[in-house]
Design a protein around this ligand. Structure first.
Ligand SMILES: Cc1cc2nc3c(=O)[nH]c(=O)nc-3n(C[C@H](O)[C@H](O)[C@H](O)COP(=O)(O)OP(=O)(O)OC[C@H]3O[C@@H](n4cnc5c(N)ncnc54)[C@H](O)[C@@H]3O)c2cc1C
Length: 366
C-alpha cells in the first residue's frame, strides 16, 4: 500500500508550519506524528519493511508534505535520501539493522555533508576521519546546515579520510568517506544555533564531531570514494524540486483563496494572472514528474534540470503571489512571506542551483 499523507496529518503539519516558523524551532510533536504516519517508509525497500518507493514516489510524498509544511518536507527528503543510500550501498548487516527502523519511523535520518569553507561541491572538507589501530574511526570537524539536526537519530556524515589525490569529481572529492553516526554517539553534538530566514521548522543546524568514535562497520560505501555514492543520487530521479512544487502549489492556493474571498475573480486581469501562475505551476510539476519517471535519455540530467526549473519557478510564483495579495502579502510572518522565504532555500540546498548548472554544463564536455 502506498503511504498517504491523509487529511488529519496534513492539517497537523499545516498548523505546525505556522507555529515552527514563528518560534524558529522544529515542532517535535508534529515530527512524532510524521514518524508514526508510515510515510517515512517510502524509500525503504519492501524486503526491509518499507514501501519500496522509487524516485517518483519520493517526489510525490515530498511534494504533498511541502504543500502543507516545507520544513517537514526537507526533513523527510533527507530521511528518504539516506534510506535510499543505505539500501543502495549498505552492507547486509547495515540494511538489516537500520532499514526496518527507518521505515517504521523509530529512526529519523539526516545528512551532514556541508561545512564552512568546503564549498557547495564539498571539495575542501576540513573534517577528518582517522582510523585507529583497533580499526575504529575517529571523526573530528564542524558541520553546518544539517537539516534535522538535534531531531534526527541517525546522521550520514561525510569526512575526509585520505589524500585528495584520485579521480576528479564534480561533487565530492577523492579521499572522502561516509559514516553512519547515531545521535547517541557522545562525539556527535548537534546545535540549533542557526537563525534561518526560511525553513524555520526544519531544524537546520550545526553538528560538531568531537573525537567521535565510529566502528568500521558503520562506514557506508567504499573508503575514500564517497563521490561515487554522491554521483548516483541524481540517477534515482528523487529531487528537491518536489519541495518547490509543493511550495508553489501552496502559494497558488493562497492566491486563489484570496482572490475568491475578495471577489477579485470578477476581474479579468486577476483571472489571467492566476492562470499564468497555474501554467507555471503545471510546468514545475511536469519537470518533477519527468525526473521521477526516469523516462529522459539521461535521467540524471533530467533530475538536475527539474531542480533548477522547479526551484527558480517556485520562487517567482511565490513572489508574484505575494504581490497579488497586495498589502496582505507584505506582512512579516504571513503565509505568503513564509512561503517565499522557504522557496528561496531550495536553490541554496544540495546541490545548490549554481552547482546543478555546473554539473549540467560539465555533461557537455565529458
Ligand atoms: C535550508 C538549508 C538546508 C540545508 N540542509 C543541508 C543538509 O541537510 N545537509 C547538508 O550537508 N547541507 C545542507 N545545506 C547546505 C547546502 O546543501 C549547501 O551545499 C551548502 O550550504 C553550500 O553552501 P554555500 O552555497 O554557502 O557554499 P559556497 O561554496 O560558499 O557558495 C557560495 C556561492 O557560490 C556557488 N558555488 C559554490 N561552489 C560552486 C561550484 N562548484 N559550482 C558552481 N557554483 C558554486 C554556490 O552555489 C553559492 O551561490 C542546507 C542549506 C540550506 C540553505
Amino acid at each position: 500500500m502506498k503511504p498517504e499523507l491523509g487529511p488529519e496529518l496534513a492539517t497537523r503539519l499545516r498548523e505546525s508550519a505556522e507555529k515552527a516558523a514563528a518560534a524558529g524551532e522544529p515542532d517535535r510533536e508534529a515530527l512524532s506524528v510524521l514518524r508514526a504516519s508510515g510515510l517515512l517508509a517510502t524509500a525503504v525497500p519492501r524486503a526491509h519493511g518499507g514501501a519500496g518507493g522509487d524516485g517518483a514516489e519520493v517526489n510525490r510524498v515530498v511534494c504533498e508534505i511541502a504543500a502543507v509544511n516545507p520544513s517537514a518536507a526537507i526533513i523527510a527528503f533527507q530521511h528518504f535520501a539516506v534510506s535510499a543510500r543505505i539500501a543502495e550501498w549498505g552492507t547486509e548487516a547495515q540494511k538489516l539493522r537500520v532499514l526496518p527502523r527507518l521505515a517504521d519511523g523509530s529512526l529519523l535520518a539526516a545528512s551532514s555533508w556541508s561545512e564552512n569553507g568546503a564549498g557547495a561541491a564539498k571539495q575542501n572538507l576540513a573534517s577528518t576521519g582517522v582510523r585507529g589501530p583497533g580499526g575504529d574511526w575517529v571523526l573530528n570537524g564542524a558541520k553546518t546546515f544539517t537539516t534535522g539536526a538535534a531531531v534526527a537519530d541517525l546522521y550520514l556524515v561525510l569526512v575526509r579520510t585520505g589524500a585528495e589525490a584520485g579521480p576528479q569529481s564534480a561533487y565530492g572529492a577523492a579521499g572522502q568517506t561516509f559514516f553512519l553516526v547515531g545521535a547517541d554517539n557522545p562525539g556527535l553534538v548537534p546545535d540549533l544555533g542557526l537563525d534561518l530566514a526560511g525553513m524555520r521548522g526544519s531544524a537546520t543546524g550545526l553538528v560538531a564531531l568531537d573525537g567521535c568514535v565510529v566502528p568500521d562497520e558503520d562506514r557506508l560505501g567504499p573508503e575514500g570514494n564517497a563521490a561515487s555514492v554522491i554521483a548516483g543520487v541524481r540517477e534515482t530521479g528523487a529531487t528537491l524540486g518536489a519541495v518547490s512544487a509543493g511550495i508553489a502549489q501552496a502559494a497558488f492556493d493562497l492566491a486563489l483563496t484570496h482572490a475568491r474571498s475578495r471577489g477579485l475573480l470578477e476581474l479579468g486581469a486577476v483571472r489571467h494572472r492566476l492562470v499564468a501562475l497555474a501554467t507555471r505551476l503545471e510546468s514545475v510539476r511536469a519537470t518533477v514528474e519527468r525526473a521521477g519517471a526516469r523516462t529522459a535519455a539521461d535521467p540524471g540530467l533530467a533530475t538536475l534540470h527539474s531542480k533548477l526549473h522547479a526551484a527558480a519557478a517556485a520562487e517567482e510564483i511565490c513572489l508574484d503571489v505575494a504581490r497579488m495579495l497586495g498589502s496582505a502579502g507584505y506582512v512579516a510572518g504571513s503565509a505568503a512571506d513564509r512561503l517565499l522565504a522557504d522557496a528561496r532555500a531550495v536553490g541554496l540546498m544540495g546541490p545548490t542551483n549554481d552547482l546543478c548548472r555546473e554539473l549540467v554544463a560539465m555533461s557537455w564536455t565529458a
